[in-house]
Design a protein around this ligand. Structure first.
Ligand SMILES: C[S@@+](CC[C@H](N)C(=O)[O-])C[C@H]1O[C@@H](n2cnc3c(N)ncnc32)[C@H](O)[C@@H]1O
Length: 435
């Protein structure tokens, strides 16, 4: 099952790399957890990562994100923290969590690895904490609601390092889910600038440039709508671009997440679109400059921390709450997942029901592998008439199927409007035949 999960949700290395970066930033719990997990940290990075300016800014970005998020969580005053996704951070062990209920949510594989690990550490230390790890899919309301069973609000829901991985339709599902949860329990959803462009530039400048004015100029250009590639080029000439390219190869080329076309990316536009989308889904946003809760960073000198602090005046933490007036677009009647497969003379017929997301995609893949085993498949027809939703984990299974039957030989019928728009947004409508 673990192998099927990794193939449908290949984001694990990136989450584990947080431990590496926090270790490098001097977090002793992170170092201990990494060792206990047996992570080959050296193998996950460039040999010179950490020594180079690039490595330095990656460490600083993660340290900043993690520690300022801790400070913001504390400042909300909420007694229940829903950390979505918790990844492999040592947050459960932080002092400020001691008097709170900490509900750590991530995909099942991560949650199942982290839960016993943290439990073991707390037991060894003789500490009692209200900490629980839950396997969820952020786009799946029922899984989030199950994690909140018996919980009292108000909540502080955090999303840290998640939004940039979600396709538009997944983001919408997440917004609907968080809105429903906050309506029921009260509280806030906090997240850093939803798209990481500004933090990335601010910290890269801070780690590399000697000139505070360069940081300001870069942030002003981004605020004016300029794209990342142009800003980097202005900042550091061609070297800026090669730095960015190098960052895509962080983790020794094993980065398992597509960063999209980072050079053309315009944070201002992306954030405006996100704000509009939040509004359309019954949520309102308040912005607080990240600099307001920025700690002294271990991974940057005081002088460079100061440069970062200035640049981060333009990077915000977003506090999101339900807007009484909005209606949201709750997609309720999703139904339980189900899949049937039959093979007739090399032709595979598939019927899907309910939701295919990170929780159910491994089952979908297992059913396909069983049906396909030892056979030559020449075509596949997937009936989606009873499918409510498909996430990128489900799309990966369709891609695996397409590779097996040959491009153009996978036909989809009955896709509803949501599913159809997911195909269109991701370009899958070019890979399969949509009828
Ligand atoms: C870059 S990590 C961030 C984790 C942590 N907050 C941190 O800062 O290190 C991204 C995390 O998102 C999780 N993830 C990806 N898709 C998800 C989904 N649909 N639902 C819940 N978690 C998801 C991954 O398992 C991974 O742990």
């Amino acid at each position: 099952m673990d192998e099927l999960r990794e193939r449908t949700n290949p984001v694990f290395n990136t989450a584990k790399a947080t431990l590496l970066h926090l270790t490098k930033a001097g977090n002793a719990d992170a170092a201990m957890m990494a060792e206990t997990l047996g992570l080959d940290l050296a193998g996950m990075t460039h040999s010179d990562e950490g020594k180079t300016a690039m490595g330095q800014s990656n460490v600083a970005i993660v340290e900043l994100r993690y520690r300022s998020m801790n400070a913001f969580i504390e400042a909300t005053g909420a007694k229940t923290v829903v950390d979505l996704p918790c990844g492999y951070t040592p947050r459960a062990l932080e002092d400020f969590i001691a008097d709170k209920r900490y509900i750590a949510c991530d995909l099942p594989a991560e949650a199942e690895e982290m839960g016993p690990l943290i439990e073991g550490i707390l037991a060894r230390r003789g500490q009692k904490r209200d900490v629980a790890y839950h396997g969820v899919d952020a786009t799946n309301y029922a899984s989030l609601r199950a994690a909140l069973k018996g919980v009292e609000g108000p909540l502080c829901v955090t999303t840290e390092g998640l939004l940039m991985y979600l396709a538009d339709a997944e983001l919408v599902a997440l917004m609907d889910n968080v809105r429903r949860i906050l309506k029921e329990f009260g509280g806030v959803w906090i997240t850093q600038d939803p798209k990481v462009g500004r933090v990335y530039i601010a910290m890269t400048v801070a780690a590399q440039s000697r000139d505070p004015a360069a940081a300001q100029a870069a942030m002003e250009a981004l605020a004016g709508g300029t794209d990342m590639g142009t800003v980097l080029k202005t900042m550091a000439g061609d070297q800026g671009q090669s730095t960015l390219n190098a960052s895509k190869n962080t983790f020794g080329g094993a980065a398992d997440v597509k960063f999209g076309n980072v050079l053309n990316y315009r944070p201002e536009q992306a954030e405006a679109a996100m704000k509009e989308s939040l509004r359309a889904h019954g949520l309102k946003v308040e912005l607080t400059p990240l600099a307001a809760r920025m700690p002294e960073l271990q991974s940057l000198s005081p002088e460079r921390t100061q440069i970062a602090r200035q640049a981060l005046e333009r990077v915000n933490l977003w506090t999101i709450t339900p807007d009484g007036a909005g209606s949201g677009s709750q997609s309720e009647a999703d139904g339980a997942f189900g899949v049937d497969m039959t093979v007739d003379g090399g032709k595979l017929a598939v019927t899907l029901r309910g939701r295919v997301d990170s929780l159910t995609a491994p089952e979908f893949l297992a059913a396909f592998e069983k049906a396909a085993e030892g056979r030559t498949l020449t075509a596949a027809a997937v009936d989606m008439s009873n499918l409510a939703y498909i996430s990128s984990a489900g799309l990966r299974v369709l891609l695996i199927m397409t590779k097996r039957v040959g491009g153009g030989h996978l036909t989809v019928t009955g896709a509803n409007e949501i599913v159809r728009s997911i195909f269109e947004q991701t370009g899958y409508d070019d890979i399969l035949t949509l009828k």
